[in-house]
Design a protein around this ligand. Structure first.
Ligand code: B3K
Ligand code: ZN
Length: 881
């Protein structure tokens, strides 16, 4: 007997709550194994609620210790209780006060949802449904209450006591070691934004003056000894606060803003009101342990959580189906922040790479769902690339369709109209419709339909009539459970590039509406004709990746080369290089499958040489252009009957050919771009470092006599983590002579730093060598692996399953077996981490038949398991459907 799926929750079944909770007074007496929570809530029947309607509260793994209504202990026949539910059969028709006492065991909480301890620090994670693991409550985002939280704990163990809002009172309790602190949050909020932290933490303090002159105290709390690693996070926070004021007029609204870094956390960070809790990976940085990418990630995640204060907290979601209302919009906002802080084109390319590598496969596989899903079994499984990244693309398209000024008008109206609300996508779109008198009903389909639209493109030039015609057709490939799909409104930014690389000035004579340089495609098939086009242009379509679609367009190598060299849109320049590389990689993959000699095209290899030597290209962009599509990207493009070994062979072959052919230029680049002076994480210096490391990546396989020596010396002499880990990756992945020596040296150097050690695990887990699986298995049973730490699990197991296609999908099936066993083990302690790991099978049906059958039998093993969490049951059922 296998465990059954939980019933689906459906958007169409949404009912407003029968009762309101206006205020919550919590008293939390912390104890490692027996924490007591007294929750006093003031309850009012909602308008229209019939007298005597039962009051039903959510719980999860709770023990009820006391229950009183308006101060009187409730008779046992007045309610029923289980660990998952508390029901008052016939509550008063008038407003009433309910006092609920529960006890919980933070030390036994291995799920890391609700209240738990991480390295001795008490902390909480309540989104999506963790508050019900603390006390019985109406744990749904449309119940907004004002919270007052009193925390009591041992002063020795927990000198720091934090909750949401502002601190209002603190003191000792009866001359004991125990003390208390009371926090009050004046902003009504849903329970998922509740937070509490207590521990012995160091404080890094700063302040910020808001645009209206209020002084906000800023604190970052970390483990003692890590204070010096908070400077970047603090700087990022202050820049985020200023940016939101300058860009959207949005100001912070409490006296204090606290950030706490913890080492055991299921995801990146959490935007609890006034008390953001972070995975320490997104707070701590110094040149010795953090890469340039880490610095960029910290900046982005700090900004993202801060921006939630308005998009998520002040305006929250009515129900969890509306998750993209806060997540898509907030990702869009953090992307814009990074674009303003750094290079806009580089950020756009990075975001599109992420979208294509994470969201496109999700949309093309069994886990596909609309940006706003209509049903779920376990909401934690919907914090996906589709909700976040595609959700952000939809907001970006809205801006493109409306134009920047009208977009801002709509957003201003949203903040004005919905401040304090728990609302919906419909209400969000209505603000843009009302502010700009635009009908967005067709645009709304982006929220409703799963699947990545494919746009087929054909062009015709008529030299006699001097016209240029573009024929377009849009279609969403079949998605499981989605019967039909309707044409979406697709904004296509474009240019007609002349032989000199300049954009031609051409007038539209017929067809699709064009606003500025954007075609607004509305129908399934549409064409557009331009006049005054004397010579044949090259169509540069989807500039800046103006819509999350795939293009089905055949362009000649010459046309792509022109775009690669001259397109005025930096994104499409990068894209053209990638397309050329991808076409070549597909050809080489096919050869490898039929065991033919792999002979890369001379002219494609030349394109890389030209990029390398282009004196005008920004180094960061150049580094990106020189990065070949990943093996997973190629697999996606191959689409079906995927053979990871053939893909790997093809990619290695092209990389080596580029390296050998351009050895001299690479040698120059690796020195020319190596930044000198003290380490700085700024975008420009980081871009140079990226280029120098990219050059080294090729140089290492160029056959140069001094390659091994250079890589080792750079590794050994590195004064920053970016260079050190770059070299360690090369030494490990390319099995260079100093590999073991380097891995040992790294371990000895960083043994005490868990985040740096995660990188050590990740580098080894993603090495393509034939024995990596066995090596990963031994690392997993070794003393340095920590099963209870989600970062470590992700560093070793998730990176193996998602970043090592040849070993994960090994032809003997052992890679699949290993991950399945790991999922089953982890599922017992932490379902969220397990179910996330399980999603690494999402593209299993695209594999060639032998591997596909092996994957299926591994997955069936999970499916037949009797005791599976709801999280993993949901993923396995959908993966196998
Ligand atoms: N809102 C949180 C994610 C919560 C995930 C719950 N399983 C972080 C963020 O998106 O900012
Ligand atoms: Zn978010």
């Amino acid at each position: 007997m296998r465990s059954e799926s939980a019933p689906a929750i459906r958007l169409e079944d949404y009912q407003p709550p029968a009762y309101r909770i206006d205020t919550v007074h919590l008293t939390i007496r912390l104890h490692p194994s027996e924490t007591e929570i007294v929750s006093v809530v003031s309850v009012t029947p909602a308008e229209g609620t019939a007298t005597g309607t039962p009051f039903v509260l959510d719980g999860d793994d709770l023990t009820l210790r006391g229950l009183a209504l308006n101060g009187e202990t409730l008779e046992e026949d007045a309610y029923s209780v289980t660990p998952e539910r508390l029901e008052l059969f016939s509550p008063p028709a008038e407003p009433f006060e309910l006092s609920v006492t529960t006890t919980i065991n933070p030390d036994a909480n291995t799920q890391l949802m609700g209240l738990y301890r991480s390295s001795g620090t008490y902390c909480t994670q309540c989104e999506a449904e963790g508050f019900r693991r603390i006390t019985y409550f109406l744990d749904r985002p449309d119940v907004l209450a004002v919270y007052t939280t009193r925390i009591e704990a041992s002063r020795t163990d927990c000198p720091i006591l934090l909750a949401n809002g502002n601190p209002v009172e603190a003191g000792d309790i009866d001359n004991s070691d125990r003390h208390f602190c009371v926090w009050h949050d004046p902003h009504p909020k849903p329970a998922y934004l509740f937070a509490l932290v207590a521990g012995d933490l160091a404080r890094v303090q700063d302040s910020f003056e808001t645009m209206s002159g209020a002084l906000v105290e800023l604190n970052i709390f970390v483990e003692h000894g890590n204070e010096a690693m908070c400077a970047w996070a603090m700087d990022s926070l202050k820049r985020s606060m200023r940016w939101d004021e300058e860009t959207f007029g949005l100001e912070y609204d409490l006296e204090v803003f606290n950030i706490v870094a913890v080492s055991d956390f299921n995801m990146g960070a959490m935007e609890n009101k006034g008390l953001n809790i972070f995975n320490d990976k997104y707070v701590l940085a110094d040149p010795e342990t953090a890469t340039d990418q880490d610095y960029a990630n910290i900046e982005a995640v700090i900004a993202h959580e801060y921006f939630h204060n308005w998009t998520g907290n002040r305006i929250t979601c009515r129900d969890w189906f509306q998750l993209c209302l806060k997540e898509g919009l907030t990702v869009f906002r953090d992307q814009e922040f990074t674009s303003d802080m750094r290079s806009r084109p580089v950020k756009r390319i990075a975001d599109v790479r992420l979208l294509k590598s994470h969201q496109f496969p999700e949309d093309a596989g069994p886990l596909a769902h609309p940006v706003r899903p209509r049903a779920y079994h376990e909401i934690n499984n919907f914090y996906t690339a589709t909700v976040y990244e595609k959700g952000a693309e939809v907001v970006r398209m809205l801006k493109t369709v409306l134009g920047a000024a009208d977009f801002r008008k709509g957003l201003d109206l949203y903040f004005e109209r919905h401040d304090g609300d728990a609302t919906t996508i419909e209400a969000f779109l209505a603000c843009f419709e009302d502010a700009t008198e635009t009908d967005l009903s067709q645009f709304a389909r982006w929220y409703e339909q799963a699947g990545t639209p494919v746009i087929s493109v054909k062009t015709r030039h008529d030299p006699e009539r001097q016209t240029f015609t573009v024929d377009l057709a849009q279609e969403i490939p079949p998605v499981p459970g989605q019967k039909t799909s309707k044409p979406a409104l697709i904004p296509l930014r474009f240019g007609l590039v002349g032989a000199d690389g300049n954009d031609m000035i051409a007038a539209r004579v017929d067809g699709i509406e064009i606003a500025g340089d954007v075609m607004l495609m509305e129908k399934a098939r549409q064409k557009v004709t331009f006049s005054g086009v004397a010579s044949k242009p090259v169509l540069s379509l989807l500039r800046g990746f103006s819509a999350p679609v795939r293009l089905d367009q055949t362009q000649s190598e010459d046309d792509l080369k022109l775009l690669a060299a001259r397109d005025s849109d930096p994104f499409n320049r990068w894209q053209a290089v990638q397309t050329l590389a991808m076409q070549e990689l597909l050809r080489l993959t096919q050869r490898a499958r039929s065991n033919e000699t792999l002979d890369p095209s001379h002219s494609v290899v030349e394109v890389f040489g030209r990029v390398l030597q282009d004196a005008e290209l920004d180094p960061a962009l150049k580094a990106l252009a020189l990065t070949l599509p990943s093996e997973a990207d190629i697999a996606q493009e191959v689409g079906k009957d995927v053979d990871p070994d053939a893909i790997h062979a093809a990619r290695q072959r092209l990389r080596t050919e580029i390296a050998v052919r351009h050895r001299a230029a690479l040698s120059a680049a690796l020195n020319d771009f190596m930044p000198s002076g003290a380490y700085s994480p700024d975008a420009q210096t980081a871009g140079k470092r990226a280029l120098s490391n990219r050059a080294l990546h090729y140089y290492a396989v160029s056959g140069a006599d001094d390659a091994s020596e250079i890589v080792w010396e750079r590794f050994d002499g590195a004064d920053n983590m970016t260079d050190r880990i770059g070299c360690l990756t090369l030494l490990t992945h390319d099995e260079m002579p100093d590999r073991d020596k380097a891995l040992d040296a790294y371990r000895v150097r960083h043994e005490d730093n868990s985040l740096a050690m995660d990188k050590w695990f990740m580098v080894q887990a993603t090495a393509p060598g034939p024995d990596t699986l066995e090596h990963v298995q031994s690392l997993k049973s070794g003393s340095l692996f920590e099963e209870s730490n989600p970062n470590r699990v992700r560093a070793l197991l998730q990176s193996f399953a998602t970043g090592n296609p040849t070993q994960f999908a090994r032809i003997d099936g052992a890679g699949f077996e290993f991950i399945v066993e790991s999922v089953l083990e982890i599922d017992k302690r932490n379902p969220q981490v397990a179910s996330r790991l399980l999603t690494s099978f999402r593209s299993w049906r695209a594999l060639e038949s032998v591997r596909c059958a092996l994957a299926e039998s591994a997955l069936l093993k999970i499916s037949s398991c009797e005791e599976l969490s709801r999280d993993s049951r949901d993923i396995i059922d959908r993966t196998l459907q």
